[in-house]
Design a binder for this molecule. Structure first.
Ligand code: PLP
Length: 422
C-alpha cells in the first residue's frame, strides 16, 4: 500500500497541530502506525490522499448511518448554502429540526441545539444541577461524555471515593463532584446514593456503552437506574450521542423502553455537520436561559447549514422503513463470521466490537483485559486488505445502511481469514 502522500501530509501536520491531529484517536497511536489522510468518501467507501480505497467501518464515528455523502443530505446542504451560512438569529430550520427530534424523542419536551456532543453533555449537566440545586453527578467507568472538565475522570481509580482527573489541566476540584460507578452494576450506584442521598443531581449513562468498546446494558440495568434516581430525587440523563437514531429511530430509550429525564444527542442528528442537542422534561429545561438562571449560549448554535443536514438525514431515515432491520442483518453477518472464527464479539444492532480477550466484556474492568497488541495486528491486517476499522480496541465498529452485501461478505471473509492466519 502506497501511503506517501498521507505520510507527507502527516509530517507537515505535526508541525502545525499537536500530534498532527485535531482529535487524538485519529493519530493511530494505539495501532502504532501513521494515520491516513482521507480525501473523499461515498457510500461505504473512503479514499485516502494516495488513492487507496477502503470499506469504512468508522463512518465518522457514527454520523454516517446512511453511508458517506448521501445525496439527500449533500444536495440539501448545497442548496442551503445559497441562503447564507450563518445568521446568529432565529430561522425556520431550527424549528423544523427541533420538531423532528422531539417527534422521535418525546421525552425531550424542550430541547436546545448546540455544536458538539461535548457541549451538549456539559450543558445538560449544568441544567440538571440548576434544576435540582444539587452538585454531584454519577457517571460510569468507561463511559465517555465528551471532554468537559468535570467528566474527564480516571477510570479504575477508587470506585465509591472522590474522583481523580483523567487529564492534565483539570483541577482536582472540578472532578470532586463527579462520582464513579461500575457499568452494569446498579448496586454500585445505590451505594453512592446511600453515601450522598441528598446531593446527587443526576446519573449520566451511555444506555448502551460504546466508548470502551461496545458494552450492552444487562437486562434490568437501565430500569434499575430509573428506579434509583427516582427514589433519591435525582435526574437520569441518557447520553445518546451514539445510540440516538442508531439503535432505533427513537434511540436507546425506545429500544430498551426506559424513559430518561434528559437526553443528549450528537453525531447522527447533525447529518455529518457539527450539531448536537440536549433536552428533557419541560420543568427542567425551563431553567435554561433566557427562561431561567442556567446560562448556555452559542454563536453558531442551530447553524442553518447544520440544521439542514440534520433535517435531511432524519427525513431520509424516516423514509427508510427497513433501515434498522437491514443494519441489524448486515452487522449480524459480521458478528456470525467473527464468532464462528472464535472471536469474542459484543453487538447491539449496528454497533459492535471484537474484543481480544477470553472474558465476557460487561464493564470497564473486563474491557481492559483486552489485548491491544493483538487488536493492533488485526487492525493492520484489515487495513492492508482494504478495510478501515477503528484504530483502537476500545471503539465501536459502525455499520451503515450503505454497506453492500458484497462488501459485508468480503469483510466477513477477511475477518475469518485473519483468525486462521493468526
Ligand atoms: C462522541 C461522544 C460524545 C462527544 O461528542 P463530540 O461531538 O465528539 O464532542 C459524547 N458522548 C458520547 C457517548 C459520544 O460517543
Amino acid at each position: 500500500m502506497n501511503t506517501e502522500r498521507s505520510s507527507e501530509l502527516f509530517g507537515k501536520a505535526k508541525t502545525l497541530m499537536p500530534g498532527g491531529v485535531n482529535s487524538p484517536v485519529r493519530a493511530f497511536g494505539s495501532v502504532g502506525r501513521e494515520p491516513l489522510f482521507i480525501a473523499s468518501s461515498r457510500g461505504d467507501r473512503i479514499t485516502d490522499a494516495d488513492g487507496n480505497e477502503f470499506i469504512d467501518y468508522v463512518c465518522s464515528w457514527g454520523p454516517d448511518i446512511l453511508g458517506h455523502a448521501h445525496p439527500a443530505v449533500t444536495d440539501a446542504v448545497r442548496r442551503a448554502c445559497d441562503n447564507g451560512l450563518t445568521y446568529g438569529a432565529c430561522h425556520e430550520g431550527e424549528v423544523i429540526l427541533a420538531e423532528k427530534i422531539q417527534s422521535h424523542f418525546p421525552s425531550m419536551e424542550l430541547l436546545r441545539l448546540v455544536n458538539s456532543g461535548t457541549e451538549a453533555v456539559m450543558s445538560a449537566v449544568r441544567a440538571a444541577r440548576g434544576f435540582t440545586g444539587r452538585e454531584r453527578i454519577i457517571k460510569f467507568e468507561g463511559c465517555y461524555h465528551g471532554h468537559s472538565d468535570g467528566l474527564l475522570v480516571k477510570g479504575g481509580s477508587g470506585l465509591l471515593t472522590g474522583s481523580v482527573p483523567d487529564s492534565a489541566g483539570v483541577p482536582a476540584g472540578f472532578t470532586e463532584t463527579t462520582l464513579l460507578a461500575r457499568y452494569n452494576d446498579a448496586g454500585s450506584v445505590l451505594s453512592l446514593f446511600e453515601q450522598y442521598p441528598d446531593s446527587v443531581a443526576a446519573v449520566i449513562v451511555e444506555p448502551c456503552a460504546a466508548n470502551m468498546g461496545v458494552v450492552p446494558p444487562k437486562d434490568g440495568f437501565l430500569k434499575a437506574l430509573r428506579e434509583i434516581t427516582e427514589m433519591y430525587g435525582a435526574l437520569l440523563i441518557f447520553d445518546e450521542v451514539i445510540t440516538g437514531f442508531r439503535l432505533a429511530i427513537g434511540g436507546a430509550q425506545e429500544y430498551y423502553g426506559v424513559k430518561p429525564d434528559m437526553t443528549v444527542l450528537g453525531k447522527i442528528v447533525g447529518g455529518g455537520m457539527p450539531l448536537a442537542a440536549y433536552g428533557g422534561r419541560k420543568e427542567i429545561m425551563e431553567h435554561v436561559a433566557p427562561l431561567g438562571a442556567v446560562y448556555q449560549a452559542g454563536t453558531l448554535s442551530g447553524n442553518p447549514i447544520a440544521a439542514v443536514a440534520g433535517i435531511a438525514q432524519i427525513t431520509q431515515i424516516e423514509r427508510t422503513p427497513d433501515l434498522y432491520s437491514e443494519l441489524d442483518r448486515k452487522a449480524g453477518i459480521l458478528e456470525n463470521a467473527a464468532t464462528k472464527a472464535g472471536l469474542n464479539v459484543n453487538r447491539v444492532g449496528s454497533l459492535m466490537t471484537i474484543f481480544f480477550t477470553d472474558n465476557t466484556v460487561t464493564d470497564y474492568d473486563t474491557a481492559q483485559t483486552a489485548n491491544r497488541t493483538q487488536y493492533a495486528k488485526y487492525f493492520t491486517y484489515l487495513l492492508e486488505n482494504g478495510i478501515y476499522a477503528a484504530p483502537s480496541q476500545f471503539e465501536a465498529m459502525f455499520v451503515s445502511y450503505s454497506h453492500s452485501d458484497k462488501d459485508i461478505e468480503k469483510t466477513a471473509e477477511i475477518i475469518a481469514r485473519y483468525r486462521k492466519e493468526n
